[in-house]
Design a protein around this ligand. Structure first.
Ligand code: ADP
Ligand code: MG
Length: 237
């Protein structure tokens, strides 16, 4: 069936990803082991570094899990406004730490959307983290939520960061494409898969040294009937 095809496609992708992910997990683990050994000298500064490495492992594994088990989650009606706000609150301490201010502008009528809330949260976290990481000395992130003709919810995230050149923009979404020393290069790929899985679109506009705008469009309304059917099939198998 179509479901089986999708599943085997997913498995093939996971196979391809596994080697790279194992590599990604091994580096922080090696570093972690080294620092744990140094703990016998009782210098607690190392604990901070250990925590950072652990967070990185956690992040990689979370992204991997999102790819591996999307069929275990289900779609529910969800207040988009609250979802966006909860992600911003969650990342506020991280933003402050990097001297980044987050501004939000919402339309009066932000609709209820049918989505897998944890996945949409994951998308927003990935996008906001990228925005924060793009601004070395800090800066401003502008988020806007618009109701487009009661057809799409448009969430846009604009930063004032380093920007992305045209050649690099074309490479985004390829697994393991990263310009960061500690990057996974999985964030944008995961975002695209999730948003497209919701019947939406994920697009990036950028100008080098000016900043980047990510636009997430999620359908409002009846596109979701198809998703509901798919979910019922999943429950049965
Ligand atoms: P990672 O953040 O782990 O590198 P991503 O898939 O999230 O992986 O992003 C891939 C690459 O895309 C980043 O390494 C960076 O070069 C570029 N990028 C993503 N978002 C932004 C942004 N807001 N500003 C500048 N570059 C970005
Ligand atoms: Mg990222």
């Amino acid at each position: 069936s179509e479901e089986t095809m999708i599943r085997s496609e997913k498995l093939a992708l996971i196979g391809q990803l596994a080697a790279g992910i194992a590599h990604d997990i091994r580096n922080p683990l090696t570093s972690l082991k080294g620092f744990v050994q140094l703990l016998k000298y009782k210098n607690t500064d190392y604990v901070d570094i250990m925590m950072e490495e652990l967070e990185h492992i956690n992040y990689v594994v979370n992204e991997f899990m999102t790819l591996a088990k999307p069929h275990l989650s289900y779609y529910i009606a969800c207040r988009a406004k609250e979802l966006v706000q909860s992600v911003i609150s969650f990342l506020q301490p991280h933003a402050l730490l990097h001297n980044v201010q987050i501004q939000v502008e919402m339309d009066q009528e932000i609709p209820v959307i049918t989505c897998i809330p944890d996945q949409i949260k994951q998308v927003l976290i990935n996008v906001l983290k990228n925005a924060i990481e793009s601004m070395d000395g800090g800066g401003l992130i502008q988020i806007s939520c618009r109701n487009q003709f009661n057809r799409n919810l448009i969430i846009s995230v604009k930063d004032q960061g380093v920007g992305i050149s045209e050649e690099r923009l074309a490479q985004l979404g390829e697994p393991f494409y990263t310009t960061k020393a500690n990057g996974t290069g999985l964030g944008i790929m995961v975002c695209k898969r999730i948003v497209e899985g919701h019947g939406g679109t994920f697009s990036i506009q950028s100008e080098l040294h000016q900043g980047t705008t990510v636009e997430i469009a999620l359908p409002i309304g009846k596109t979701r009937e198809y998703v509901t059917n798919k979910d019922h099939q999943d429950e049965g198998s």
